[in-house]
Design a protein. Structure first.
Lengths: 461, 255
């Protein structure tokens, strides 16, 4: 393998206490690449960046830069520089001294320091600010100084920790363009952390989508947007309609009560899948004759460039559609989706499956909770079993203390005609729930399962 | 006067009675002789009296030495207390701060008794030990406070730019903690200049400090000379406070 990878992150895991932040994360970064770590807050992206910079250590795994193991190298000896989220400019030094800080430590001759500081100041368009106090600068200017302070050292890798998050929208857009331009001019590797999917799509060569410490997908912005590998990625990147579907055979998929031609093959026949259709990929028209789906407009909102409409289909699904033309509420409309615009994904799971243990012949213990079940013939206390529960059979209740287990709604996905929730229990186990009730992320819930809905099989070791 | 500002009235009265009025009285007395007529004699008496000038110089010397020792001992202590790797418990901080809660006079008497017990001659050495013991918490606390609140991304940024831990300390953490040191100096230096009880107890009145002669003059009813000396001391304290005010912008430490 020709090795033009500047950074190899190999099997990094990290936990704080019993909280697992990163699980077996491996990423290769090519020289000169603009790589973005993207994910919601708490997904572990900043932790990973800090491990790269040397401010935190991983519990296991290693990091190579230019083929050299730097896992145990202290931060000041690493060939990387960081642009911090809150800039961390030294308040006791002026702009010039801040930028020259690293060069002075390296004992670079004064005239060269002067030359290089002026060069980067020009690069970030801050030429006349060298004598200014850093506290007197605006957020955008501080940002530029922070970038200048890092790149003046000519690092092989520049790490950026949500550098634009403190700026207003307009400024952020301008800085995105400048960063991209800077990356091109410098030709060094950028590793960029953000929770802003649009920023990631705009800037990156490669995006790594992280959730809950696990890599969900690595790919180019177009890959990630057009071919999300799971419903999390589809939901997190851009707007999308995510629906339960069934692959009838190659190139034919059924969802929203209709069979569609598609371009996906190799899933097998009659396999449950998730289907993603981007709202801008659904064609909406007044004619209903040739339409694949017929429905009625429920709401229509002007979004600047396009209108965003929700359409209730005659089969009981709700779809989001973006179009340049407005269709008034209550209009009968027809919808068409082209085969290439349908993204079919394997389902990560079709039901909840846990390993458990019988406590007596009518009780089973799994996920650290003891549930009542139907009398099990031939099973007695202590027997190891596999427990299966359908998504729709899990009952969530308002009062956590009334449930067998307590948990928090961690992630929710609207699937056209119902919500698919990920609930995280107090022991950090996950249970997936299909429901028509409306819950919010962060809601505390009790979890119950009726005895008839618990399927138990003996587990053979 | 609107309703809200009338709430300030009790404080205004307090200020007038206990701050403004005494200051005015000091001013008036300082420029009067015992019969009440205007004079500069009190000041000329001080500036021509070698003994008084000597006491004044000694007071400054002791105050400077005390402050310097407090910085040398207090900074490392504050640094260790603020470092979560070295100090995980809030209890140790309380242990360091606790002497501040005990009356200084009692501590001083106890210290004198201690020297007496182990048979150490009272003198300048014991005076300094007692002063450092009394004032060290006032140095540690503001420095600890600023170190504790210091954004650790500054240290990380410096390390990221190639600074060794030693360089991080000297080039970033020390300069950024200067406002804490300045507050500490104010809280140690100013009271030591005017102290008299500590020197009385810890030197058996062998060493007289500036505060001592003010107290002696006032006690022996030489109010005018005492007031003049107080005024001189106020000027010194005023100057040091002004120096601190210049640093206030980046201080953030108010104790």
């Amino acid at each position: 393998m020709a090795n033009d990878n500047i950074i190899e992150i190999k099997n990094i895991s990290k936990s704080f206490g019993d909280k697992c932040i990163l699980k077996d994360v491996s990423i290769s970064v090519k020289k000169g690449e603009f790589l973005t770590l993207l994910g919601p807050s708490g997904c572990g992206k900043t932790t990973l960046l800090r491990i790269l910079a040397g401010f935190g250590s991983a519990d296991s795994g290693e990091i190579l830069i230019n083929g050299k193991d730097i896992t145990n190298v202290p931060p000041h000896e690493r060939p990387v520089n960081t642009v911090f989220q809150r800039y961390a400019l030294f308040p006791h030094l002026d702009v010039y001294e801040n930028i020259a800080f690293g060069l002075k430590l390296q004992k670079v001759p004064t005239d060269e320091i002067d030359r290089r500081v002026r060069k980067v100041l020009k690069m970030v368009s801050m030429t006349d600010y060298e004598d200014r106090d850093v506290d007197s600068l605006s957020g955008g200017q501080q940002q530029r100084v922070a970038i200048a302070r890092a790149i003046v050292n000519q690092p092989q890798v520049l790490l950026l920790d949500e550098p634009l998050s403190a700026l207003d929208l307009k400024m952020r857009k301008d800085m995105q363009i400048e960063l991209k331009e800077m990356h091109r001019k410098l030709g060094i590797t950028f590793i960029y952390v953000t929770h802003d999917q649009e920023e990631a799509l705009t800037l990156s060569d490669t995006i790594v989508v992280l959730d809950d410490g696990v890599i969900q997908q690595i790919g180019t912005p177009t890959d990630i947007y057009n071919e999300p590998q799971n419903s999390f990625v589809a939901d997190f990147i851009g707007e999308s309609n995510i629906l339960n579907g069934r692959m009838i055979k190659d190139r034919l998929v059924e969802f929203a009560g209709h069979e569609f031609e598609c371009v996906d093959e190799g899933f097998g026949e009659n396999v449950d899948v998730d289907v993603v259709v981007r709202p801008e990929d659904i064609y909406i028209m007044n004619k209903v004759d040739n339409a694949q789906i017929v429905g009625k407009v429920k709401s229509c909102t002007f979004k600047g460039v396009h209108y965003e409409m929700f359409v209730d289909t005659d089969k009981g699904y709700e779809l989001m559609i973006q179009d340049y033309n407005a269709f008034e509420p209550d209009t009968e409309v027809g919808l068409i989706i082209r085969p290439a615009d349908i993204q079919v994904m394997h389902k990560e799971r079709t039901r909840n499956v846990y390993e458990g243990e019988m406590t007596d012949d009518t009780h089973v213990k799994f996920m650290n909770g003891e549930f009542e079940c139907l009398p099990q013939e031939g099973l007695s206390a202590g027997d190891k079993v596999t427990v299966e529960v359908d998504f729709s059979k899990v009952e969530l209740i308002d009062h956590p203390e009334d449930g067998v287990l307590q948990g928090e709604v961690y992630f929710l996905l609207y699937k056209g005609d119902h919500y698919h929730l990920t609930v995280r229990t107090d022991d950090r186990e996950h249970i997936w729930v299909d429901t028509n009730d409306i819950w919010d992320k962060g809601d505390l819930v009790g979890i119950n399962i009726a005895p008839t809905d618990i399927k138990i099989n003996r587990r053979h070791e | 006067m609107n309703k809200r500002s009338s709430w300030a009235l009790p404080y205004a009265i307090f200020l007038v009675l206990f701050v403004a009025l005494p200051l005015i009285l000091i001013m008036v007395y300082a420029f009067q002789d015992s019969s009440g007529s205007f004079t500069f004699a009190n000041f000329t008496k001080f500036f021509t009296d070698a003994d008084a000038i000597g006491t004044f110089a000694l007071s400054l010397e002791v105050a400077i030495e005390n402050t310097a020792i407090c910085i040398l001992l207090g900074y490392p202590a504050a640094w260790i207390l603020a470092n979560r790797k070295l100090n995980r418990s809030a209890v140790t901080i309380v242990l360091f701060i606790m002497p501040m809660w005990i009356n200084a006079l009692m501590r001083t008497l106890a210290t004198a008794e201690l020297f007496h017990m182990v048979g150490i001659q009272l003198g300048k050495g014991t005076l300094l030990v007692g002063m450092v013991y009394d004032y060290l918490p006032f140095m540690i606390y503001p420095i600890y406070n600023i170190l504790n609140k210091m954004d650790k991304s500054y240290a990380e940024a410096a390390a990221d730019l190639g600074a060794t831990p030693w360089q991080v300390f000297w080039k970033v953490q020390v300069p950024l903690s200067m406002p804490g040191v300045v507050s500490g100096i104010m809280m140690v230096f100013m009271p030591t200049v005017s102290t008299f009880a500590i020197s009385e107890f810890l030197t058996n009145n062998k060493i007289k400090l500036f505060g001592t002669i003010i107290q002696e003059n006032i006690n022996s009813s030489m109010w005018n000379y005492g007031a003049a000396l107080s005024l001189i001391m106020l000027v010194i304290i005023g100057i040091t406070t002004l120096l601190q005010d210049n640093n206030k912008e980046n201080s953030g430490v108010i104790v």
